[in-house]
Design a protein around this ligand. Sequence first.
Ligand code: MRU
Length: 365
Amino acid sequence: MKVDGKHMRTIWLEPDGWSVGTIDQTALPHRFAMLRLASLDDAARAIKTMQVRGAPLIGAAAAYGICLALRADASDQSLERAYAVLLATRPTAINLKWALDEMVAAVRNQPREARVAAAYRRAAEICDEDVAINQTIGRNGLPLIEAIAARKSGEPVNVLTHCNAGWLATVDWGTATAPIYMAHDAGIPIHVWVDETRPRNQGASLTAWELGHHGVKHTVIADNTGGHLMQHGLVDIAIVGTDRVTAQGDVCNKIGTYLKALAAKDNGVPFYVALPSPTIDFTVSDGVAEIPIEQRGGEEQSTMTGRTADGRIETVRIVPDGSPVANYGFDVTPARLVTGLITERGVLDAASGALKAAFPERAGD
Ligand code: MRU
């Protein structure tokens, strides 16, 4: 996508040909800052601190983390250590494990002297594949928006989204946002309700920034607003991303997604989930019981960070001293609440038969 008129991806090789450039997402929306990753530790830290975040981008960054580790030491022990260090950074997004497994498969049987080149090759492919998949997700999701637009005869299509499943969360295009960008580019009037997504505000800080830079009309809302909007006919369709989809079609995504799906069901609003196939985890079925839910530091909940009127970035406490806080990062929306899964192989039912039939090569994993 474009930043100040210049096409950008979220991750790239620097001119030195080996270190990795990315965007520091913790600085947005107030500052656009780039980050250079030059070691395994740099890559692991960037993922853990969420300078780099969003399931597909976490996978891509981890792939380059393996490259950087092998560049320093191409031994089996180094590969195993890098795998373990990167896997431990964040527990919920399955794209992380998928990308690490892909990297190991690409280098394991190579002689030591060929491993670094093989690793960089596979990491670049993972990035290119992500872009192509998301573009196809966009094409497959576009007819859903077109159909609503046809009914609304010129009135904007109101989409609700949660968290940031935009291009910042992927290598390019985003997943939930790909159909939105394509609809906007095709001249369909579209307006996005952006859930702020406490505690880290990925909606308010990242999705709003992205949509604004692309010229897509949007409104940031407090997380609890969606149900009210749906009751009043102000949401035509909800589209969210996901960090892991189970074999039976349960969807794990940023905390608060489940409540939006419940409200959507109660109000007859179609609730779609956009996902690339590396987000499917065929090894788990019941998402509520089986997906590990990340719990992050309480300071994310007890504080808020923002820009003061005179331009300083400040963090302030919003919870009384001494009050305990809990910070669950994700929740699971059962398949029965999901209208459809927008994938690179079409819009599928959120059901094990459908996922298995569409991705038989993954189902056998
Ligand atoms: O904790 P985050 O910001 O990494 O969580 C991101 C999400 O929950 C996204 O919706 C998900 O990764 C899909 S990104 C295409």
